[in-house]
Design a protein around this ligand. Structure first.
Ligand code: GLY
Length: 366
């Protein structure tokens, strides 16, 4: 099947391409002016990355920098090492960064590209499902601090994104399943056909070569593109829609869980638990009916994601949620649903509601 091109319109338009065997498209996406390419890759993926480095080396001076994997790598010291390496290699404004890895690599590599000389071209080659459907699209880049996730960052849109489904063949199953957390989230906030697809098929069939997985990837990316085109900088949507903030459905609690677990809970797993939690908040606040709240448990559970978590106290998670970027002053804000694909912001829900939803999340009470 030929590659599908999903255009991202806006001030700096670019394409997200979904398909197989896409590495040959890289020079066309990089453009004519580029002489040097900084290839910032997840250092554990050397074997997978080597063919891409070899083919880039035919046309460009390639500086390949292996990055520490995962959230632990999204540290300012790693960014500083990259800046030093770019400086030593004489990187100019007409050179480019290519990232190769999961969401953490995209965030980190994108941040290096956003900050070097106040911004150079970057092309993302995500190697995980999570990277494809979320991190690589929409121009958010960032690193972590002791206080929380992605608290330092910049908006820096890529020149292109190549989602080569072949790269998912070697992705551990648990990582693929974690990526489905963001996909199912898109089903709840914008495209319920995603829910029908995951509920009607056999989850074991969702593999790199499956047409259903490909459709899920394309649908989730389309949800993300529609949102970022309308509200790139997350200033808010029209007619009561939360705008880009909608993509953070389930993330307020999700980020708190990731942090409280020392990032042992994968992002997509934490998002699944966080979506179940916030559906329960909405149900208890009286805006979401029982059936849609319950559907959160069944849809995320169906693809093998966790829907309960009891690794931290309510107080710990509540404190962690307060430093979430979505908070305003001391007031917690959540994206909630009134129904499928009907999101809105709920600001300052009562502590009773939050605590009761937490009890449900831990499995202590239904
Ligand atoms: N991952 C959420 C966003 O890109 O806005």
């Amino acid at each position: 099947m030929s590659a599908r091109v999903l255009p991202v319109r806006g001030a700096a338009p670019y394409d997200v391409v979904v398909g197989h065997d896409l590495a040959d498209r890289l020079p066309a996406v990089l453009g004519e002016s580029v002489q040097r390419v900084a290839f910032l890759y997840d250092g554990t993926l050397g074997e997978l990355a080597q063919p891409v480095v070899d083919s880039l080396s035919v046309r460009y001076d390639v500086l390949a920098l292996g990055l520490p994997p995962g959230e632990a790598g999204k540290d300012v010291s790693v960014v500083a090492d990259c800046w030093e390496a770019l400086g030593a290699a004489g990187f100019t404004r007409s050179d480019a960064v290519v990232t190769f890895g999961g969401g953490a690599t995209t965030d980190l590599g994108g941040f290096v590209a956003a900050t070097w000389l106040r911004g150079v071209r970057v092309v993302h080659l995500p190697t995980t499902l999570l990277g494809m459907v979320d991190a690589a699209v929409g121009g958010k880049t960032g690193i972590n601090t002791g206080a929380g996730k992605n608290l330092v960052g910049a908006f820096h849109e890529p020149a292109g994104v190549l989602c080569d489904l072949d790269l998912l063949r070697t992705l551990p199953r648990a990582e693929l399943v974690a990526g489905l957390g963001e996909v199912v989230k898109c089903g709840f906030v914008a495209d319920p056909a995603i829910l029908d697809l995951v509920e009607s098929g056999d989850p074991a069939d969702l593999t790199a070569d499956s047409p259903v997985l490909r459709e899920l990837v394309e649908r989730a990316i389309t949800v993300k593109i529609d949102v970022v085109v309308d509200d790139l900088r997350e200033t808010g949507g029209a007619q009561g829609h939360p705008g880009r903030e909608v993509l953070n459905y389930g993330h307020t609690m999700g980020h708190a869980i990731e942090r409280a677990s020392g990032y042992a809970v994968r992002h997509g797993e934490a998002v699944a638990i966080g979506c179940v939690y916030v559906a329960e908040v909405a149900r208890r606040a009286g805006s979401l009916d029982d059936a849609v709240a319950e559907r959160h448990r069944t849809a995320f559970g169906r693809v093998g994601l966790p829907t309960t978590w009891s690794g931290a106290t309510f107080e710990e998670l509540h404190d962690a949620m307060r430093v979430d970027k979505k908070s305003r002053g001391s007031q917690l804000r959540f994206v909630v649903l009134d129904d499928l694909a009907r999101p809105r912001i709920l600001a300052g829900p009562s502590e009773d509601v939050l605590r009761a939803a937490y009890e449900t999340m831990t499995g202590a009470q239904r």
